[in-house]
Design a protein around this ligand. Structure first.
Ligand code: IPE
Ligand code: IPE
Ligand code: MG
Length: 252
């Protein structure tokens, strides 16, 4: 049985699940006259700090955007640097994350990834599948539109095999998304001053709160996350109704 992270207690004020668009690595490096690769390397340090900080704020699940389906448009050398960071991050941190009870899940398409990266992802997921202290989801080769298309295709395949019938509804489609089974996304944060989703969690963003911060991702950590959580706690979440609603009751 896989652990049900959604059942874990978080802070009563939330957010339980924070999704981060880790943006600004290139500009951080450029401002220092350094290659973009150095910005990405420092970005991994910021990720480590942020994962360490999250439980102290009552967060039980973090989803981070590591590589989008559109990031293949970058120069081959930069793409290769980013793949290399996955290799080194898993090599240096997977056992520690596992010991700390972190379940790692990777969202996005496996097709198109270098074979060794696909294997590393499988290993990270399998090794940590039973952990229940915290959930770290890494969106890698992920696009919100692609994820919705894949979920719809899964349903079509099941119908063709006689395993499901129509009509398709939101719950059924949601079960085919790569985020299925995790807690609902409460808060989406984007760093670096950009104010767009760039194809991140399009379905899951429906009633998430959004916080945009000017800090560049390599400078992120406890302070940035605390500020984002405080902004979230000052919001009223109404989910289309008139009264403030506890998210757990609104989204089931
Ligand atoms: C975010 O930083 C990391 C990835 C997209 C992989 P960027 O590389 O987008 O940095 P900027 O936006 O160019 O500063
Ligand atoms: C989004 O950032 C993707 C990640 C953070 C991994 P981008 O830097 O790729 O987004 P755009 O191109 O500015 O919209
Ligand atoms: Mg960017």
């Amino acid at each position: 049985m896989t652990a049900q992270i959604a059942d874990l207690p978080g802070s009563p004020d939330g957010p339980r699940h924070v999704a981060l668009i880790m943006d600004g690595n290139g500009r951080w490096a450029q401002a220092r006259g350094l290659p973009r690769a150095v910005g990405h390397r420092e970005g991994v340090q910021a990720l480590k700090r942020t994962v360490q900080a999250a439980p102290s704020l009552g967060i039980q699940c973090l989803t981070v955007f590591g590589f989008s389906t559109e990031n293949w448009r970058r120069p081959a050398e930069e793409v290769s640097d980013l793949m290399g960071l996955v290799r080194s991050y898993v090599a240096s941190d997977l056992n520690r994350l596992d010991r700390e009870g972190v379940r790692v899940r990777v969202l996005g398409r496996r097709t198109g990834l270098p074979t060794d990266i696909a294997k590393i992802i499988e290993r990270a997921e399998a090794q940590t599948a039973h952990n229940t202290q915290f959930m770290l989801q890494v969106a890698f080769n992920y696009g919100g539109r692609a994820d919705i298309v894949d979920a719809a295709q899964r349903h079509v395949d099941r119908v063709l095999k006689g395993e499901a019938t129509g009509p398709l509804d939101e719950d059924t489609l949601g079960l085919g998304l790569s985020t299925a089974g995790g807690p609902p996304v409460d808060l989406i944060v984007r760093t670096s001053g950009e104010q767009r989703l760039s194809n991140f969690l399009l379905w899951e963003a429906a009633y998430a709160e959004m916080v945009f911060q000017d800090v560049l991702w390599p400078d992120y950590g406890l302070a940035g996350l605390t500020d984002a959580v405080e902004q979230y706690r000052n919001r009223d979440r109404r989910f289309g109704g008139l009264a403030t609603v506890q998210p757990a009751l609104a989204t089931g």
